[in-house]
Design a protein around this ligand. Structure first.
Ligand code: ADP
Length: 995
């Protein structure tokens, strides 16, 4: 419809009718070589809004605005040079722009020179616009990332853009004219017909997600948007299909979903925020940790959870995030809804959009309050562990079964003697284990590295040191297998400790234990031993032989079965108490011997302690003390007996040790002297001995002691009341059972009375010889006198001497009576002493006897009047002469000891079954202390007045003996100077003594 260039050229050669040109709606002009317009048509004048006269003959540059002329002038030169040219020009037109297509067709003269050119201008604005849209669409289609495919309703592909090529792998040439079915995977063929029927109904299909197949057979997730293409009449003639590969999106979606789930379920607090700090996401862990719900936080400022004093910190973090930097494991504090500060570890990363622009930040906060505490504890434990390790010289090692490497700590290296620079492999290490221990160790390792079996072991092995193969160390190995989550990989971590010394000690100990055992089994003592569990766990052979039981029977508390039932409780109580106090104890109990006899056992137990002072239990040595105990009991008995006897004995007993020290005196001595035992033992018992006797006594005793001779000595000592007493001590050396000298033992007898008796006996003998001698001398004198008278034989003299002779004979007779009495008293005394005083009993009238006796006395006693009261009736059965003798003695004494008085009173009476005779005088009387003693042998009251009375001191003794033998009694009532009354009572019908 537009004149082409060739046509225009053809027209230029013919003389075109001006009228025709005038009808053409496009501006047309003819310009000559001088650039001047020769012709313009009406449309030209309209276009430029000028009159014809203003255009013809004018130059182009005069008509066109300079800016426009600039755009066309080159093309004008081209045309005037003879070349047709066509160009487009965009010119401002009214408020818009117009696109012009301008063609210049040169005109030649016959010689071929250019005369001018014909210029056609076509307004191509509309075309241009359409073209522009198309090309822009095409460009868009082409450049679109979405695959855009055009197709007919029968499914024939009419267009195919680059993205479709990229997506499906087919080039445009391969697909145009091909069926769309090429892209549809098997099983989805139906989809296409459905799509087509939808399209025919004019419906659009939006985001239909399906799968398509690529050239290389890969299935793609795609999202299809299919729009019907209609012709000018609105009939659907095809479809445009936009396919978007959503495989990645699908994956991302899936990933997102997964991430979201992770984020939600994460125990870590995960927060999304904008760079301004506005919270965009908030997971449940955040909710749990801070107490704010998602609704409370989304859209809110993150500053809500930041403690005021840490605001700056957040600004800094946001600043770093804006610069695209990540903040990692930043430990800080955040505030929960309840105001509590929480220790957290923060990792914040910038979030970028697809273009890489930072649009926000994710924040992972981990509550490390617990972790911090745990970390502190771990640190502390590690520190402790480290210290412990250092202190115990514990080596550590690590073995990764996959890697076969053995990592040894410095200490481990030291233990095994691994030289610097040598890193032994596990096998190297194995080769250094002592052959006997190697397999055992290896078995343990194999065992623990197997998942599911015991994960640790503990054993002692010997290791040849790397530095010197001959040097063997005992090493205590402990190891534990640490598996990773999958249980497929793990590390064996272990420790090693050099226990060579302990082992050596242990072996030594074992040897010494064996030695002890042998010894313990062979000692005569019965030994048991207990541990810290209180139970006896060792009994030696001697014990077992004694009880006749086995070790098993005795163990624990078995041995108690053999303890006497009465002793069991005491045994247990003693043991428990001592165990508690860890103190030694001694106990005695009866234990059943194998032969069924209970024997007393002395159990001497001492606590056992380790060298470190740790209580280990008890060890005890027991002895059969049954015999000893019985013996001891006997000794105790005899000791008691001895004590009793010694104390009961009238003699005092004493004992020295083998060093002459006094170790014992009996109570009697203490009673006598008023000393106490302590005094006697520490000082000397001789303190009580009179000074005059002490020295000689000491010397004599020492001599006897040294010569082990019997010792005997009389001495004087001071009694508690100050009285001087005579003692006789006799001592003998005594010897222990083995014959060894043990000391002296002896007694002290109080011989004061004996001494006095002896004195009296001496006095008596003196007196008796004097008393005997006196009458004999007197008799002898008278006899001589009478012999002289008879020798003169002179009757005269005889007669003259008759009186002399008579009185001489009287005197001789008296002296003979006296002598007879004296001798009969002496005879009586010896009879009494030899127990041969005989009684001749008869029944006689006592009153008459008393009367006759008094009568006899009256004959001789000239001075005293003897008054008799005889009230006695009946008879007595007694020895008449002896009773007469008693009465005579009493009467003689009464006269003798009352020289200054002149009467004696005698009474005889019945008193019930008794005959009672009293003889009363008004003489010198008897001191009360002498009143009992006057009946003793030779006793005579001492005093000035008594000395003048002759006597032997045996009259009352004999009288008392006679009365006693008649079962009667004799007593005295007297006071010094006041006279005395002697009373004799004898039973009236006393039976004669058998003897
Ligand atoms: P003797 O021959 O000394 O009289 P006796 O045995 O008859 O011996 O008397 C013992 C002592 O008793 C006398 O020495 C005297 O001291 C005392 N005695 C006896 N009778 C009397 C008495 N009637 N009055 C005082 N003293 C008496």
């Amino acid at each position: 419809m537009f004149p082409g260039t060739e046509d225009n050229a053809r027209f230029a050669h013919i003389d075109f009718s001006i009228g025709v040109l005038e009808m053409i709606p496009f501006p047309i002009a003819y310009v000559n070589t001088n650039h001047c317009y020769e012709y313009v048509n009406k449309a030209f004048l309209d276009w430029h809004k000028v009159a014809l006269a203003d255009v013809i003959g004018k130059k182009i540059d005069e008509l066109l605005a300079p800016s426009v002329y600039e755009l066309v002038k080159d093309q004008i030169e081209v045309a005037l040079s003879g070349t047709a040219t066509k160009y487009e020009l965009e010119l401002p037109y009214k408020t818009t722009h117009r696109y012009l297509e301008i063609s210049y067709t040169p005109e030649f003269d016959t010689s071929g020179n250019v005369k001018g050119f014909l210029a056609f201008t076509t307004d191509i604005s509309e075309r241009k616009k359409g073209q522009e849209i198309n090309s822009r669409l095409a460009a868009i289609v082409q450049s679109s990332d979405d695959a855009i495919i055009g197709k007919t309703l029968s499914g024939i592909i009419t267009s195919w853009n680059n993205a479709a090529g990229k997506l499906f792998g087919y080039a445009e040439e391969e697909m145009i004219g091909q069926s769309i079915m090429k892209l549809i995977p098997k099983g989805r063929e139906g989809e296409e017909s459905e799509i087509i029927s939808k399209l025919q109904r004019g419906e659009k299909i939006d985001h239909f997600e399906t799968k398509r197949i690529t050239r290389d057979g890969k299935l793609l997730d795609i999202s299809l948007t299919i729009s019907p293409i209609r012709d000018a009449n609105g009939t659907v003639i095809g479809a445009s299909k936009v396919a978007r590969d959503i495989t990645a999106r699908k994956q991302i979606e899936e990933l997102n979903a997964r991430l979201a789930a992770i984020v939600q379920s994460s125990d870590d607090v995960i927060i999304g925020k904008t760079l301004e700090g506005i919270v965009t996401s908030w997971n449940s862990a955040a909710e749990r940790l801070f107490g704010y719900s998602e609704e409370e936080m989304i859209g809110q400022s993150i500053f809500k959870i930041i403690p005021p004093e840490r605001m700056n910190e957040e600004y800094e973090i946001l600043g770093l995030l804006k610069q695209g930097k990540k903040v990692e494991h930043f430990e800080t504090k955040r505030m929960a809804k309840n105001g509590k500060l929480i220790d957290i570890s923060l990792t914040s990363s910038p979030i970028r959009d697809s273009s890489g622009t930072i649009i926000g930040a994710s924040k992972i906060a981990r509550n490390i309050s617990l972790q911090k505490e745990t970390a502190r504890l771990i640190h502390e434990n590690e520190e402790r562990f480290r210290m412990a390790v250092e202190m115990t010289s514990l080596g550590t090692w690590e073995y990764d079964p996959k890697g076969a490497n053995l990592l040894c700590s410095q200490e481990s290296r030291k233990i095994c003697g691994i030289p610097d620079g040598v890193d032994p492999s596990f096998t190297d290490f194995l080769n250094h284990i002592y052959t006997e221990d190697r397999n055992h160790f290896l078995r343990q390792v194999v065992q623990v590295i197997k998942p599911g079996s015991d994960d640790k072991f503990d054993l002692e092995i010997r290791v040849h040191r790397f530095s010197n193969h001959n040097e063997i160390r005992w090493v205590h190995i402990r190891a534990k297998m640490f598996f990773e989550d999958d249980s497929l990989r793990g590390r064996l971590i272990g420790t090693m400790l050099d226990i060579t010394e302990e082992k050596t000690r242990e072996l030594e100990l074992k040897e010494s234990v064996e030695l002890f055992q042998t010894m313990a089994d062979n000692v005569p003592a019965m030994i048991w031993m207990s541990g810290t569990d209180k139970f006896e766990d060792y009994f030696n052979k001697t014990w077992l032989q004694f009880t006749g039981r086995t070790h098993e029977q005795e163990s624990n508390e078995g041995w108690l079965e053999a303890v006497h039932p009465d002793d069991v409780k005491r045994c247990i109580d003693t043991y428990n108490l001592s165990f508690k106090d860890q103190k030694r104890f001694y106990s005695e109990y009866r234990l059943l011997r194998h032969d069924g006899e209970y024997r007393w056992i002395a159990d001497n137990s001492v606590p056992r302690f380790s060298p470190e002072g740790e209580f280990l239990g008890f060890i005890s040595a027991c002895m059969d003390i049954d015999d000893q105990k019985r013996f001891r009991e006997k000794i105790l008995e005899s000791e008691l007996l001895f004590k009793t006897i010694s104390n009961a004995s009238p003699a005092a007993l004493w004992m020295t040790n083998d060093e002459e020290e006094n170790v014992f005196v009996s109570d009697t001595w203490l009673k006598w002297t008023g000393q106490n035992f302590h005094e006697v033992i520490t000082k000397s018992w001789m303190e009580a001995v009179l000074d005059a006797d002490r020295e000689s006594m000491t010397t004599e005793f020492r001599e006897c002691f040294q010569q082990r001779k019997n010792f005997k000595k009389e001495f004087r000592f001071k009694r508690y009341d100050g009285e001087i007493r005579w003692g006789l001590t006799e001592g003998y050396p005594f010897y222990a059972l083995d014959g060894e000298f043990s000391g002296f033992a002896g007694s002290v007898t109080d011989i004061t009375e004996l001494k006095k008796l002896e004195q009296r006996k001496d006095d008596f003998i003196k007196m008796a010889s004097h008393e005997l001698k006196t009458p004999i001398t007197s008799i002898n004198g008278y006899v001589q006198l009478m012999l002289n008278i008879f020798n003169e034989a002179d009757e005269e003299r005889l007669r003259a001497s008759k009186q002399t002779i008579k009185s001489s004979l009287n005197t001789i007779s008296k002296q003979v009576v006296k002598l007879t009495r004296l001798i009969s008293e002496l005879l009586d005394l010896s009879r009494i002493e030899s127990g041969k005083l005989e009684l001749h009993r008869t029944a006689f009238d006592l009153g008459t006897l008393v009367e006759e006796t008094v009568q006899d006395i009256r004959q001789t006693a000239s001075k005293h009047a003897i008054i008799l009261h005889n009230d006695f009736e009946g008879k007595v059965f007694a020895d008449k002469d002896r009773i007469g003798q008693v009465l005579l003695n009493l009467l003689t004494n009464a006269i003798k000891y009352s020289p200054d008085s002149d009467s004696i009173e005698v009474c005889v009476d019945n008193n019930k079954e008794l005959a009672v005779i009293t003889v009363k005088d008004a003489g010198i009387g008897i001191d009360s202390k002498d009143q009992i003693r006057i009946f003793e042998r030779f006793y005579r009251a001492e005093g000035k007045s008594e000395q003048t009375f002759p006597g032997f001191g045996i009259g009352l003794f004999i009288a008392n003996e006679i009365v006693q033998r008649h079962n009667g009694s004799i007593s005295v009532q007297s006071a010094k100077g006041k006279g005395s009354v002697f009373t004799v009572s004898i039973p009236v019908k006393s039976e004669p003594n058998k003897d």
